[in-house]
Design a protein around this ligand. Structure first.
Ligand SMILES: [Fe+2]
Ligand SMILES: [Fe+2]
Length: 474
């Protein structure tokens, strides 16, 4: 099905032939636009932004670039193409035809999964509400807005599913997605991490590197779902999500690059000297990585989870890249999980693999997170410095699961509560670190110019020059 842009709501789900659904979504649309105006990027509504818009769901045709004012962005409903006779790829219903409707017995689980996923999309836009004012370059400003409009579209994707497959409760949930707000005292967003404002660009790059990547892995699990419309929705969202992680990875890589230039110029690794020169010293970056990586790990849930086992068994949520495994049933398989023991050490517990599905996804996520660090460490090594960035242990600073509130150092060694409290001061960003990072956040908007703490990107967007006017501010 090709994308229909002549409709009020662009879509490839043949909305014109479902008048009830079309009317319901057209009723929701103005509320979404009100939300965007109030909670989306502060200001910049009148500026032309060089954005990509999806025009086809296949690998070639899905990105078309041009200037758009953000409130005019064509948010639409796009699903990956229907795969004829798709079968459920895991769990007890393995090999049965995928469901085109939600099975009644799994309705509430599906609704909860879709609402929880949907809630994070507008939440991140709200968290980044003020960020545009302190952009390090026009190129970065444009990337921020690209991420924001696509998270808005991901909200549309989930709202479509709620409206199309969940009747009245679905419509109510869709309203609620616009009435909860990030950080709101009365009606906060569902997941804790999504209630913290993203007030500086270092945090933004960490967010897009670590938290969007969590999103990628959640979407990968849902892309395997037996509920085909959900699977197809998530598969298309993943293509957009890749750019968000690109923004995070290149953003952090450009910070490393700039810091190394300063270190070379000064001929020293001394953090204070790097800071005096207006760059972000590597140990400070390490503290941000410790903070963001450990926060994102909890989003996968407990190591051992009967809920995870049930959603896998029933075909609701698979493993990331399910097809790479041989055993898609896993009822007889076991795996070892590391848990804290009574004597202050670590012991192994053998559990059913089905119960460990959260840990499987978390492990795949952590491996994916490693790739960027390897690249940045190569940069550091090539520049001739000994410092190496490192992801903390999966046990470090956890608040959910077997390791919740078990004091460990970043290497995962168990330590006393006192040593932990003391250690946190050097492992996580301090108030002074945060205010230093804030002091760097000065808006730079001359085309091609960069803030002093970040190197220019290797190339521009869509083969354009780095100094292209990605956002027209006048
Ligand atoms: Fe998203
Ligand atoms: Fe994203």
């Amino acid at each position: 099905m090709s994308m229909n842009y002549s409709e009020r709501i662009p879509n490839n789900v043949d909305l014109t032939n479902d008048r009830t659904l079309q009317r319901a979504l057209e009723h929701w649309q103005p509320k979404f636009l009100d939300w965007w105006r109030e909670m989306g990027p502060s200001d910049f509504a009148a500026n032309d932004v060089y954005l990509r818009t999806a025009v086809g769901v296949d690998a070639q045709g899905w990105a078309s670039y041009g200037y758009v004012k953000m409130p005019d962005y064509r948010w639409g409903i796009f699903l990956a193409d229907l795969e004829a006779e798709r079968k459920i790829g895991f769990g007890d219903s393995y090999g049965e035809p995928a469901w085109q409707q939600v099975p009644g017995e799994f309705r509430s689980q599906f609704r909860r999964l879709i609402v929880t996923q949907g809630d994070t999309e507008p939440a991140s836009v709200e968290q980044q509400h003020l960020l545009g004012h302190t952009c390090p370059s026009l190129y970065d400003l444009r990337n921020l807005f690209q991420v924001n409009v696509e998270e808005g579209r991901h909200l549309w994707a989930m709202v479509y599913l709620l409206h199309a497959y969940f009747g009245r409760d679905g419509r109510e949930e869709a309203e609620e997605l616009l009435s909860r707000h990030s950080g709101d005292a009365d009606k906060p967003r569902i997941l804790g991490t999504f209630n913290e404002p993203i007030a500086d660009w270092l945090s933004f790059y960490c967010f897009t590197y670590f938290t969007d990547r969590d999103g990628k892995f959640q979407l990968k699990c849902l892309a395997e779902s037996g509920f085909d419309p959900l699977a197809r929705t998530c598969r298309f969202m993943l293509t957009e999500e890749a750019h968000h992680m690109f923004v995070g990875e290149t953003g952090l890589g450009r910070i490393v690059k700039r810091t190394l230039e300063v270190m070379k110029e000064l001929g020293t690794e001394d953090p204070e000297s790097v800071r005096r020169a207006g760059a972000i010293e590597l140990p400070l970056l390490q503290r941000y990585l410790n903070f963001w990586f450990s926060s994102s790990l909890d989003l996968f849930g407990s190591e051992v989870s009967s809920n995870a086992a049930a959603t896998f068994a029933s075909g609701i949520k698979g493993r990331p890249d399910e097809s790479q495994y041989e055993d898609h049933n896993c009822a007889a398989a076991t795996t070892d999980i590391e848990v804290p023991d009574q004597t202050g050490g670590v012991s192994k517990e053998t559990v059913s693999l089905r119960n460990a599905m959260n840990e499987v996804a978390r492990g795949a996520y952590a491996k994916d997170c490693e790739l960027g660090l390897r690249r940045w460490n190569m940069q550091i090594q090539r520049a001739g410095f000994d410092f190496r960035l490192k992801l903390p242990s999966l046990r470090f600073r956890r608040q959910i699961g077997a390791w919740a509130y078990v004091p460990t150092d970043p290497d995962g060694n168990r330590i006393s509560g006192e040593a932990y409290e003391r250690g946190l001061r050097e492992w996580l960003p301090s108030e002074a670190d945060r205010s230093y990072v804030h002091s760097l956040m000065q808006r730079v908007v001359a085309p091609g110019k960069m803030a002093a703490w970040i190197a220019p990107p290797d190339r521009g967007i869509n083969n354009l020059a780095v100094d292209y006017e990605y956002v027209r501010l006048t």
